[in-house]
Design a protein around this ligand. Structure first.
Ligand code: NAD
Length: 352
């Protein structure tokens, strides 16, 4: 075992079914009285229930959250924060809504309660990625880390099978890269293996039977563990590539992760044999990259960058961008091999 440092995040997690109803108690615990509720346009119907539940502590609502946290949306939300004199944020939704709450917290240090409805895992990290002028930059600060996360399985029951599949593989990606992170530690590695194992079993059941409560509970548990991994140790090639591709070609987040993951793993496999053994064991297969490829096929998830909107002409540009800013990865970043990785992912080939 290598030497390690382990630090856990100072946050409170409430997990279960029907836990949304604990929101008033959690607001009282924080000593706040004027909550601004955040959501996406698609999930704005969730706000009425929260309004009824928290009564006089409902200060206002902003339902304009969108993917990649554009700064102009945050600035509009900031006007609402000031208008309603909010003293806390309640973000209900996937990573896009959580991202908006984090961007506001970065500017105001307001306490956040997050109610995740997807498996993105953003709620467990002190990081926000913000987009301005088509460029997405990430920032980390203790102010960004939510104070309270309420995981309510009921909130995930409405997630369509397609989003469940890609969001679930997005979560698996955090755990996969945690296993070969330079600053990995034994506790996070245990969580990562458990996350991969749990999600791998739950996702096919969810896609076959979206209202399978046990599978939904397992998947949300796995997503929480994956989120902890993402927040605790450094990510490498896979996350950097997805960040570049998502930001440069405006590709959907979870789908991009789903397409790239087997290819990034195949690239790193020769340099991280122990991690590959652990990932394969958690997946219940003999080859980690192929196992993830097969899982995505079983879930009928997108297989190529082509089908999620990337132009073929972008392959070279993406390869250039991917090697531009150096970062740590178990295998050195080689332009031609990365170009080949992206080309395979664009076509939807099996990983090699
Ligand atoms: P999302 O939040 O954009 O959700 C996708 C769509 O599905 C949205 O319209 C949303 O309203 C809807 N949706 C979410 N949950 C649903 C449910 N239960 N039922 C019905 N519809 C539902 O997508 P995402 O993949 O959750 O998050 C992606 C965003 O999160 C990206 O901007 C990404 O960069 C960010 N992210 C950040 C971090 C971090 O640590 N900073 C980590 C992961 C993701």
């Amino acid at each position: 075992m290598q030497d390690f440092v382990y630090q856990s995040a100072p946050m409170r997690v409430v997990f279960g079914t029907g836990t949304l109803h604990q929101l008033p108690d959690e607001l009282s615990r924080l000593g706040v009285t004027r909550a601004l509720v955040l959501a996406t346009p698609r999930q704005k119907d969730l706000v009425a229930g929260i309004r009824e539940m928290i009564g006089e502590h409902f200060a206002g609502v902003f339902t304009g959250a969108v993917m990649h946290t554009p700064v102009e949306v945050t600035e509009r939300a900031m006007e609402t924060v000031r208008e309603v004199r909010a003293d806390c944020l309640v973000a209900i939704g996937g990573g896009s809504t959580t991202g908006l709450g984090k961007a506001i917290a970065l500017r105001t240090d307001l306490p956040q309660i997050v109610l995740p409805t997807s498996y993105a895992g953003s709620e467990m990290t002190p990081v926000v990625g913000q987009t301005s002028g088509g460029i997405k930059t990430t920032q980390s600060s203790p102010k960004i880390l939510p104070e309270v996360v309420i995981y309510d399985v009921d909130l995930t029951m409405t997630m369509p099978p397609k989003l469940s599949a890609t969001s679930g593989i997005n979560a698996i990606a955090h755990a996969v890269e945690a296993l070969y992170a330079r600053d990995r530690n034994p506790v996070i590695s245990l969580m990562a293996q458990e996350a991969i194992r749990t999600l791998t079993h739950a996702l096919p059941k969810i896609c076959a039977q979206p209202n399978d409560k046990t599978a939904r509970t397992d998947a949300l548990y796995g997503a929480w563990l994956s989120g902890i991994c993402l927040g605790a140790v450094g990510m490498a090639l896979h996350h950097k590539l997805c960040h570049t591709l998502g930001g440069s070609f405006n590709l959907p987040h979870a789908e991009t992760h789903t397409v790239i993951l087997p290819h990034a793993l195949a690239y790193n496999a020769p340099a991280a044999p122990d991690a590959m053994t652990r990932i394969a064991a958690a997946l219940g297969v003999s080859d980690a990259a192929l196992g993830l490829h097969d899982l995505a096929r079983k879930l009928a998830a997108p297989a190529s960058l082509r089908e999620i909107g990337m132009p073929e002409s972008g392959i070279d540009q993406a390869a250039d961008l991917a090697v531009k800013n150096p970062y740590w990865n178990p295998r050195p970043i080689e332009r031609e091999a990365i170009r080949e990785l992206i080309a395979r992912a664009w076509r939807g080939d099996a990983p090699e």
